[in-house]
Design a protein around this ligand. Structure first.
Ligand code: ADP
Ligand code: MG
Ligand code: MG
Length: 192
């Protein structure tokens, strides 16, 4: 019961954080993409908050399922189905275990499968993977995760829109890494 309200509150908090950073996230998406990541995520997370508030899910699985559906239907960019798949897989796994690590690992595996991608390709995975690694080693700190996001600057994009600019993507932070959904979820689930 308490876990459920913590998770809902966590998603509402994430929505607020994304809304606050909307313009910055879209700015990051401008030189290496189409400048919509902040708008996409803000629209998606607003829909998540709205859905959780109106549908009042009563299980962890249902919270993840509603979150996934809102992101998939409202984001309207590559990030929507990717984050949505992560939530869907996390929901499934949360039905079989309440441990943070396997739930998060199911999430990242979902992104990798859906995106045909892996860490090192300058995507959101370069934020998810370090967040999960940090949980394993008990080093999930703001500083560590900020450094991981910053480190996407040095990577060449080989997946998604940013791959169209190739080498010219070097020097720019990946917007999907900066939206820090992996970190947000890692903190949330680790706490619950
Ligand atoms: P779009 O590129 O369709 O406009 P967004 O701007 O919302 O969508 O999201 C772009 C972000 O999605 C990128 O910054 C990157 O982190 C992530 N991304 C794109 N393609 C992939 C992929 N194949 N695997 C993992 N992440 C990806
Ligand atoms: Mg974009
Ligand atoms: Mg777009």
């Amino acid at each position: 019961e308490e876990l459920i309200s913590k998770l809902k509150a966590g998603f509402h908090w994430e929505t607020g954080k994304i809304d606050q950073n909307k313009d910055y996230l879209s700015e990051l998406d401008t030189p290496i993409g189409d400048g919509d990541h902040g708008n996409n995520m803000s629209r998606g997370m607003d829909a998540v908050s709205e859905s959780l508030a109106s549908k009042k899910p009563e299980t962890i699985q249902d919270i993840f399922k509603l979150t996934a559906m809102a992101l998939i239907s409202k984001v309207g960019g590559a990030s929507g189905p990717l984050y949505g798949t992560a939530m869907m897989e996390m929901g499934k796994t949360s039905g079989t275990t309440s441990e943070a690590l396997p739930i998060l690992e199911a999430g990242i595996a979902g992104i990798e499968k859906r995106g045909n991608s892996k860490p090192g390709e300058k995507t959101m995975l370069d934020e998810w993977a370090p967040a999960i690694e940090a949980i394993k080693t008990g080093s999930l700190t703001q500083g560590n995760l900020d450094a991981a996001v910053e480190a996407t600057k040095g990577l060449v994009a080989t997946r998604g829109r940013a791959s169209y600019v190739g080498e010219r993507s070097i020097g720019h932070i990946d917007p999907g890494a900066m939206s820090k959904i992996g970190e947000g979820l890692s903190r949330l689930i680790k706490e619950v």
